[in-house]
Design a protein. Structure first.
Lengths: 267, 245
């Protein structure tokens, strides 16, 4: 290799050196390209974990812990005036909504990993303080729409009924975080559609149990009689027609995460 | 315009080393770090654009039109079918949110390296750049036949190579804004909201593709010696054209 400080080689010496450099450069480059192709083949054919090659799943988990450590549970998603939501909200996904549901006889089944099941009536949920939230609903497909959700906060619901904790006391994420279960599992009554949530997102102040959207009572397609809405997740986490809520320490199954999507889905 | 072959040097510059003028000379051109980062971009950008298309397919709403008439729809069905881009949203997101790290680290590494090594002096536009870039364009269109100023990168190259780095930074920023529009809501807002940020992210990608087309055309035009310099780091400066860059 020519000495960068000395005078540049010239004439025949230069041409000979150039040939040597060319050989070396292309051999190194070719080897690097082959190594890259090998790495690509390895990655693309790695054993799938929940629908995607396991190294990608690992990175998604790592992105998740990074996002969590940067403070997702506390930040609020931007809000809009209620009248920014116009017309009927777009629908997408009707899994678990096949049969008709009678809201007078509908009961929410709430379970804790090491406690018995508790059932809660719709009117008892809706007796909690009401909240309105107009935010941009974001679908993982790439579209978004300002929607206006009305209902009660999930955190108020958990507080009122002593849910999400081992002790049965109201959740206290700051004072007594160990008392909280780590995850929440929610499903339609037939469990055809189900989502898993980290506790911080479930207790986020913009996480609602809703009975109305865009100023109208929930339609069947939007998840009557009671649906979930999270402003800090892609739409596929906002379960419609809640039938079961379970608090647990094991990371819950999730309908779309099992089909290759990010489990965390945090915005 | 991007990789102009060197035309005869401006008079007066080449006469200094009379005894070396009639032989070829070996000149250091691209530092090793820049060559590696340049080539790493090839697979990384390919994977980012491919996985981005897998994602975009799920909501392919962009058109290019004029006065209500759609000229180009991004993208026609044959395009998706031909490249196998259908029904790959989940996989596309998994790849995109993995390889974004390589894209970001490689890009930041490049910016840091050029800043610390002083290579930025060859790359950033300066006050002579606009005129020079215009001359290069005229030269490449065979309108201007006069001599061009001699330097490692001409004005058009300075604009193109600085521009594409700014585009990379733009992709990073608009990408973050649509990846975390709640956590980074202020950033998304700054970019005009979620929909605008998504459109900007897409437009930048189209920009890369256009850059790539011109870049390849110019590399082909500039020839083997120029291409080889991006592999070996050295350029054989032909007899009588040696300058002192």
């Amino acid at each position: 290799m020519p000495d960068p400080k000395g005078p540049p080689p010239a004439g025949v010496t230069a041409e000979r050196q150039m040939r040597r450099l060319t050989r070396r450069g292309f051999i190194t480059g070719g080897a690097a390209a082959l190594a890259g192709l090998g790495a690509w083949r390895w990655l693309a054919t790695a054993t799938p974990e929940d629908g995607v090659p396991w190294p990608l799943r690992r990175v998604l988990r790592w992105n998740e812990s990074l996002a969590e450590s940067l403070g997702s549970p506390h930040g609020l998603a931007p809000t809009f005036p209620s009248n920014a939501a116009r017309g009927p909200a777009r629908t997408n996904g009707l899994i678990g909504l096949d049969n008709d549901v009678d809201s007078t006889r509908w009961r929410l089944r709430v379970q804790h990993e090491s406690r018995g099941e508790k059932t809660i009536r719709l009117q008892d949920v809706l007796a909690l303080p009401r909240h309105d939230l107009a935010t941009e609903f974001k679908c993982v497909e790439g579209w978004n729409e300002v929607m206006h959700f009305s209902g009660v906060r999930f955190v108020d619901f958990a507080t009122r009924f002593g849910l999400a904790t081992r002790s049965g006391r109201a959740p206290d994420p700051l004072g007594n975080p160990k008392d909280l279960y780590r995850y929440v599992y929610l499903a339609t009554p037939d469990e055809d559609y189900y989502v898993g949530l980290d506790m911080a997102s479930a207790l986020h102040p913009q996480t609602l149990l809703c009975d109305a959207m865009n100023g109208h009572p929930l339609s069947r397609q939007h998840g009557a009689p009671l649906r979930l809405y999270l402003a800090v997740k892609y739409g596929y986490k906002s379960l419609k027609r809640i039938g079961i809520i379970r608090f647990q320490d094991q990371r819950p199954a999730d309908y779309w995460a099992a089909r290759g999507y990010d489990w965390y889905a945090g915005l | 315009m991007i990789e102009s072959a060197r035309p005869p040097a401006v008079g007066g510059q080449s006469g200094a080393n009379v005894e070396e003028d009639d032989v070829n000379r070996l000149d250091k051109k691209h530092p090793r770090a820049i060559r590696w980062m340049h080539w790493i971009n090839v697979p990384v950008l390919t994977i980012m654009i491919w996985s981005g298309l897998l994602i975009y397919w799920a909501n392919d709403v962009y058109d290019l039109g004029l006065g209500g008439i759609t000229l180009v729809h991004f993208f026609p069905d044959w395009f998706y079918r031909g490249l196998g881009l259908e029904h790959g949203l989940a996989l596309g997101m998994a790849y995109h949110f993995t390889f974004m790290w390589f894209f970001a680290v490689n890009g930041l590494g490049y910016v840091l390296y050029t800043a610390v090594s002083g290579e930025w002096r060859h790359l950033l536009p300066n006050r002579r750049t606009p005129r020079e870039a215009w001359l290069v364009v005229l030269h490449d269109l065979r309108i201007y036949k006069g001599p061009l100023p001699q330097a490692k990168f001409n004005g058009a190259q300075r604009i193109a190579y600085t521009g594409v780095i700014l585009m990379g930074a733009g992709s990073l920023v608009t990408g973050l804004a649509i990846y975390k529009p709640a956590q980074l809501g202020w950033l998304t807002g700054l970019l005009g909201g979620y929909e605008w940020a998504r459109a900007e992210h897409f437009a930048l990608t189209i920009g890369y593709v256009l850059f790539f087309v011109v870049h390849i055309a110019q590399v082909v035009r500039a020839g083997w010696n120029n291409f080889r310099a991006m592999v070996t780091g050295y350029e054989l400066v032909p007899a009588k054209e040696a300058d002192h860059a």
